[in-house]
Design a protein around this ligand. Structure first.
Ligand code: ADP
Length: 267
């Protein structure tokens, strides 16, 4: 039984640079097993943060990347057919609730609404997960906690979390780290010097100002790390920025030119 959950333990400390008081706040939230929502744009450190917290709290972490095809059964579990007939297989949420893991549902708003509803009974003081098809009610393990990520920038009227879901969570705001911290992160993760990392961050800052003015989303920390990794492999900085920063986020020729010009300002 313990081997099922042991595979989800994080053995090595993940590199995480705190940006404010999020570590303390999360520890307090975990101590009362408050369901948590990590809000912020993609690639700004939410997943890394939850990995770090799971390591720090010494709890296993089960991460589920949500998508629009995901059904409630993908989370909860299903009967499978095998040579001996049918057998039940717990889904990731059931494993987390049964054995006591932190369950991180990444981009939960992507999943269908029936999926979000299955987490409701786990988020109030009952802390139960009904396996309706199996006729079992899992009483969540005392270590279990549910964490979701949510990108407010993507939401439309059609795709948003219901208030009845949102109000079951405490929320921590994430954003791109400040200039100096982000430069340190990019240097650490990609292997470039802080000097080069700072230039990459400055390019991103320009692009982030264009969000809503022709860009749907700014250049993320993750993208800066990609660019830095190419530069660390001796790729020319202009080419690295084109490949990792500019081309992925826009197809618009004018916007490309504007971003390429920003790259030339710094390299
Ligand atoms: P999100 O889950 O918000 O989409 P990630 O957590 O995957 O983003 O962040 C992308 C990458 O950026 C991580 O793999 C990590 O290398 C880096 N990163 C972002 N913020 C931090 C931070 N505060 N400390 C350390 N690394 C970070």
């Amino acid at each position: 039984m313990s081997t099922i959950i042991d595979q989800y333990r994080i053995k090595k400390e993940p590199y995480y640079h705190s940006v404010a008081d999020e570590v303390k706040l999360y520890e307090a939230a975990y101590s009362v097993r408050m369901p948590m929502m990590l809000k912020g744009p993609t690639g700004c450190g939410k997943t890394r943060f939850v990995e770090y917290m799971a390591w720090k709290l010494k709890k296993p972490l089960i991460t589920v990347a949500c998508n629009e095809d995901m059904t409630a059964s993908d989370l909860v579990g299903r009967f499978l057919l095998d040579a001996n007939g049918t057998r039940w297989q717990d889904g990731p949420l059931a494993v987390a609730a049964r054995y006591g893991a932190i369950c991180y549902l990444d981009e939960v708003v992507e999943a269908r609404q029936d999926t979000t509803v299955v987490i409701h009974p786990l988020t109030d003081n009952r802390r139960v997960l009904p396996l309706e098809k199996k006729g079992e009610l899992i009483q969540a393990h005392e270590d279990f906690q549910i964490v979701i990520s949510y990108n407010p920038g993507y939401q439309s009227l059609m795709k948003d979390l219901k208030q009845s879901t949102k109000q079951r969570f405490g929320a921590l705001d994430f954003n791109y780290p400040s200039h100096d911290i982000e430069s340190e992160i990019v240097a650490h993760e990609s292997g470039v010097t802080v000097d080069i990392a700072e230039k990459l961050v400055s390019i991103a800052e320009r692009a982030r100002n264009l969000k809503g003015h022709g860009l749907d989303e700014g250049i993320s920390t993750r993208m800066l790390i990609y660019a830095g990794s190419l530069i660390a492999k001796k790729v020319d900085a202009h080419a690295a920025c084109r490949v990792a920063l500019v081309r992925p986020i826009t197809d618009d020729p004018d916007m490309r030119d504007a971003l390429d010009a920003a790259v030339s300002t710094f390299f």
